[in-house]
Design a protein. Structure first.
Length: 418
């Protein structure tokens, strides 16, 4: 088996390699191709990866590549974790909206919109390479905004694609801790969109324990979680606070000395310095500060479920099909699915609860307009996307956001012209 990682210069990569090594018994990977356009960064991050492999699985071939076609050719699985424009672009995505009184966050709202515009053409180019060079490969997309990118690939290519996020797996672990049980015993009635998802019911060994969960949350110290659960009758993922506590979050972001992107730059500099240590053969503890907890477990366990036809429960971003009547069959949603060799089969969701139906449908409309704008360079669709997003307050603000974001990221937006 050949596993290819595109964006292997990411500081997350050692965690992914650790997951591959931990599951070597069930994943017969013989070649690991690590590809990135930044050769220097690939050498640093890949160097640690290679030392980790040498210490635990010396028979596993690891290659560093800057040629994407060579990395994709013959792959069984392609994992994507790219950031077009790097951290500098992310910081602009955060700061420009904040300057206009709008939440600036890398995946939610105008920040996620700008990131999607930069990323969609690159991901569609990757998909075309997979179609030619590895047509039976699975593309596992971690690139944010994961739902939008997965939808773009599913809409504009024939590639077998699933989108992945670490929010669902972390939520499952959090609820298991609340219930004082092992996460492997917990399954979730989970639905929504990436970074806009909800848990309706919680099960332990197939037994419905939702009332116990709500009772525990009601006694907990997290005021936002308690209030939101009580209001909705649902357990939201953490990104919902951008919508339900918008003013509070905006004030906090505007008063912060640094954006999250600026904080991450500092953490990554420290991590890269540690990765350069030739004696280091395992991921450092500082990686936990980067975020992305359990990213490796989510990715590698999904690959194992596909490869070994496990018919195992996973939460992934995939086509809705007939799971939810409130969105189109081809709409990509984040859903509890049964995963095996043929892909992900969504569990039936039924009609969305009225309390969140409008929000989910509005954000899905925004996603579809963003994909049209990103794939076609359609400026009208881009403006409509921003206007459709619940975090953008008015048409004048949407126009100014669009002008400033397009100008700031001009070199990464060739589809919109010079």
């Amino acid at each position: 088996m050949k596993l290819t990682v595109i964006g292997a210069g990411s500081t997350y990569n050692p965690e992914l390699v650790e997951g591959v090594l931990d599951r070597r018994q069930e994943l017969p990977i013989t070649r690991l191709d690590l590809m990135d356009i930044d050769r220097e960064r690939l050498e640093v991050v890949g160097g640690l990866a290679r030392r980790m492999v040498a210490a635990r699985a010396p028979d596993l071939e690891v290659r560093f590549l800057t040629d994407r076609e060579q990395a994709i050719a013959g792959a069984d699985f392609v994992l994507t974790q790219i950031r077009v424009g790097g951290s500098a672009a992310r910081i602009l995505d955060e700061k420009i909206p904040l300057s206009l009184g709008v939440i600036g966050q890398e995946t939610t709202g105008p920040g996620g919109f700008a990131k999607a515009l930069r990323t969609i053409p690159v991901m569609l180019s990757i998909a075309r390479d997979i179609e030619r060079l590895a047509p039976r490969a699975w593309l596992i997309n971690f690139t944010n905004p994961s739902g939008i990118i997965t939808q773009a690939v599913a809409t504009h290519s024939r590639v077998r694609v699933l989108g992945l996020c670490n929010v669902p797996i972390n939520l499952r672990y959090d609820l298991a801790r609340l219930l004082e049980t092992d996460a492997s015993r917990v399954t979730l009635d989970y639905f929504g969109l990436n970074h806009l998802s909800f848990v309706r019911r919680v099960f332990v060994d197939g037994q419905d324990v939702t009332e116990r969960v709500f009772a525990a949350i009601a006694q907990g110290k997290d005021d936002e979680e308690r209030e939101t659960c009580q209001a909705l009758g649902l357990i939201p993922n953490g990104y919902l606070h951008y919508y339900y506590y918008r003013d509070r979050v905006l004030e906090k972001l505007r008063s912060a000395p640094r954006t999250r992107g600026e904080e991450v730059v500092v953490v990554e500099q420290e991590l890269l310095q540690q990765y350069r240590d030739p004696s280091l053969q395992q991921k450092p503890a500082a990686l936990e500060r980067r975020g992305g907890a359990r990213y490796s477990e989510a990715a590698v366990s999904l690959v194992a479920a596909l490869h070994r036809d496990k018919q195992e429960e996973h939460v992934v971003n995939t086509r809705n099909g007939s799971a939810c009547p409130d969105l189109a069959p081809e709409a990509v949603m984040e859903l509890s699915c049964l995963v095996g060799a043929q892909g992900a089969a969504p569990r039936p969701v039924g009609p969305l609860p009225l309390a969140v139906r409008g929000l989910v449908q509005a954000v899905k409309a925004y996603e579809e307009l963003t994909i049209k704008a990103g794939a076609e360079g359609d400026r009208t669709a881009a403006l409509q996307a921003l206007l459709a997003h619940p975090l953008v307050p008015s048409l004048p603000v949407a126009r100014q956001l669009l002008d400033e974001l397009l100008a700031a990221h001009r070199e990464y937006l060739p589809q919109f012209g010079a």
